[in-house]
Design a protein around this ligand. Structure first.
Ligand SMILES: [Zn+2]
Length: 673
């Protein structure tokens, strides 16, 4: 470009700036009107290049116009599925700001990488292809200059593209308008400075006419940012009128209801996705996909469809729009494709892989996914609890350990018994009140009672006596030093100080570290050992075992005596949920606020102690030896023999070990020992 022409352009721009600032009133165009005049969809950005037409996606009209300069709405929330052109809507707003109402604008993408990609693949083509924008946005000096990728200046303002994973970009300068894109992929905390959305929103405080757009497909229930934002609005849904009966309704998936998307099956159960159609909720009319252009048309465009709020009394400055992919316009995502995806996802879920089903719920139905993979109902545990008496070790149980959870005012103790195949029984439950900081030798110390429990052997149903062989005490709470002191004093009795570590894939019990180090950095004689427990691994195993429905290896026996307590609820209280940490999804065990989980922690510690005693590598000879020692009553030994199941006729007699396992697995449930 020649210098003369450059100067000429600059002069022209100056005149336009002056006009915009001092003479011309702000244009009264809505964002939609602006986009239909000026927004050219590029081939890079859209499947249908050319001038933007709202009639293609009529549901975009209302939320888009909420973002217009004269609309009083401050925050627009789009909880939308895929293939509905929500980013086109966001970019129309960005374009209209640059042209009609320039000011400081920020676009937040989940990460710095997605921010750069968004700028190159979405913003640059939009500016290049729309003449009014091209004349206003200052040209990039260099293609590789990061500053120009993430910062674009235009007449009367500038635009920053930020990553939600970088605090520096979010707290830069005062910003009037913010477009938060794909917010469910944002990290929970950015660089230790807190929530990225709050951090960015704080930039808007000086502007009275600020606006925000938040968009995303949702993720996990309870952790989804977009659902949380949507629930704070008036919660609009797009109601279409049935082409046959005219009744207004929201398009819904039909898997568990009489209306919704339906398809035919052959007599032998073969799915026919090509037959996908919609059954009207009110009168069972058949709605065909080719009728979409007719029934998607909104009132403003001469149709009958409209957004209706579920909570019309909510804050009028916030509007939320929920839209699933059933509304995807003709030529985008078809009902047949949705049915095919659904069938494939459900088949996969049947064999235990729920990832596709979850993706369908999130990105197609635009609904949150509730993690249920590891959910165990405590009512189910209460129902299957058995009538064995607590305080006596049942037959089949051959190893005894205990887990202790230390609370500020008490010790929670659970004694667990283990047998072949790691079948387990909850044998005793003690809650010892008292301040754990009180030394064991002082009256009123809960530790003295713990020692008493530890040293009192329990009767075994086979006639023998059984001692607790190892006890694990959590030192990760508030009373670390008190736990260390107790474990130092009783180290020779296998009292172990434990510390939980939640990293995935960690061993249930690893190598201990030395606690007592002298000033030279050397381990002191008789130093206390601290044992690290892989709590994440142990919890996966624990919940997996609680789901075992048949008595036998891995089965967890629970005493009916505890049905009226909250013991079973405590055991099942944690949930596997997805959290985003530094932009990466991570599955974590989480406890709902205010719920107790001591029973669960104690079970984990007791099992870690069984691992310490070598349960994972215990051979049959080891179990037999223990059994011979414990079963002293001749009657019991005979009874054991009598309950041995007859060998199945079609199976040859087996060797000693598998037969023993079968004795365990054929024990009737609910038996009194
Ligand atoms: Zn109808």
């Amino acid at each position: 470009m020649s210098a003369v022409l450059d100067d000429h352009l600059r002069a022209e721009q100056l005149v336009r700036d002056l006009l915009a600032t001092y003479i011309a009133p702000p244009p009264r165009l809505t964002v939609t009107e602006w986009a239909e005049r000026h927004r050219v969809l590029s081939a890079k950005d859209s499947a249908e290049p050319g001038l933007y037409r709202v009639s293609r996606t009529p549901y975009a009209l209302e939320p888009q116009n909420d973002l217009s300069p004269y609309s009083p709405v401050e925050e627009v929330v789009l909880m939308w599925g895929a293939q509905l052109s929500k980013s086109t809507l966001g970019n129309n707003w960005v374009g209209s700001i640059i042209d009609m109402q320039p000011g400081p604008l920020m676009i937040v993408q989940p990460t710095m990488d997605t921010a750069k990609r968004y700028s190159r693949q979405r913003l640059t083509p939009m500016i290049e292809e729309s003449p009014v924008l091209k004349t206003k946005v200052k040209e990039n000096r260099s293609r590789d200059d990061a500053n120009t990728i993430l910062l674009k200046e235009y007449t009367g303002g500038f635009m920053v593209v930020a990553g939600a994973n970088s605090a520096a970009g979010l707290r830069s300068m005062p910003i009037r308008d913010i477009f938060f894109d794909e917010i469910d992929a944002y990290p929970l905390d950015v660089d230790g400075e807190g929530d990225p959305i709050s951090l960015a929103e704080a930039r808007q405080s000086t502007f009275a006419r600020r606006k925000r757009l938040k968009t995303s497909t949702p993720t996990v229930k309870g952790l989804s940012r977009i659902e949380d934002a949507y629930l704070q609005t008036d919660q609009r849904q797009y109601h279409i009128a049935c082409p046959s009966c005219g009744e207004l309704q929201v398009l819904e998936w039909g898997a568990d209801r009489d209306w919704g998307i339906k398809w035919d099956k052959t007599a032998d159960g073969f799915h026919l996705p090509d037959t996908a159609h919609y059954v009207c909720r009110h009168n069972g009319c058949i709605i065909h996909e080719h009728q979409k252009p007719q029934f998607l048309k909104c009132v403003e465009l001469g149709g009958a469809a409209r957004w209706i709020p579920a909570k019309p009394d909510a804050n009028p400055r916030k509007r939320g729009y929920h839209l699933n992919s059933l509304y995807s316009p003709l030529g985008f995502l078809s009902w047949r494709e949705l049915v095919e995806e659904w069938i494939a996802a459900r088949e996969l879920a049947k064999v235990g892989d729920q990832s596709k089903l979850r993706a369908f719920i999130n990105t197609r139905l635009a609904e949150t996914w509730e993690e249920q993979g590891d959910k165990v109902e405590h009512h189910a545990l209460a129902r299957r609890a058995e009538a064995y008496p607590m305080g006596t070790v049942p037959l089949g149980a051959l190893m005894l350990t205990a887990g202790v959870d230390v609370q500020p005012d008490r010790l929670e103790v659970r004694v667990w018994a283990y047998g072949r195949g790691e079948e387990s029984w909850l044998v005793e439950r003690h809650v010892i009140y008292g301040d754990p900081n009180i030394d064991e030798v002082v009256t009123g110390s809960p530790w003295a009672r713990l020692t008493e429990i530890r040293r009192t052997p329990l009767p075994h149903a086979g006639g023998g006596q059984m001692a607790i062989e190892a006890i694990g005490i959590d030192s990760g709470g508030h009373n670390t030093q008190a736990v260390y002191m107790y474990c130092r004093a009783h180290a020779h009795e296998h009292c172990l100080a434990l510390k939980g570590a939640s990293q995935a894939g960690r061993q249930i019990i690893g190598k201990p570290s030395q606690v007592d180090i002298n000033w030279r950095g050397k381990v002191m004689p008789r130093s206390l050992k601290l044992w690290v427990i892989g709590t994440d691994t142990a919890k996966h195993l624990w919940y997996g075992r609680l789901r075992i429905a048949h008595v036998g290896p891995g089965y967890v026996h629970l005493p009916a005596e505890l049905r009226d307590s909250d013991e079973f609820e405590q055991m099942t209280v944690e949930r596997l949920t997805t959290r985003y940490i530094k932009g990466h999804a991570k599955l974590e065990w989480t406890k709902p606020a205010g719920k107790r989980n001591e029973a669960l922690d104690c079970a984990i510690y007791a099992y870690a102690m069984a691992c310490y005693l070598g349960i994972q590598t215990m051979r049959e000879s080891g179990w037999s030896k223990r059994e011979t020692r414990l079963i002293t009553k001749p009657a019991v030994a005979a009874q054991e023999k009598a309950t041995e199941p007859p060998l199945a006729a079609d199976k040859p007699p087996k060797t000693e070990q598998p037969r023993r396992l079968r004795i365990q697995s054929n024990r009737p449930r609910g038996r009194t020992w």
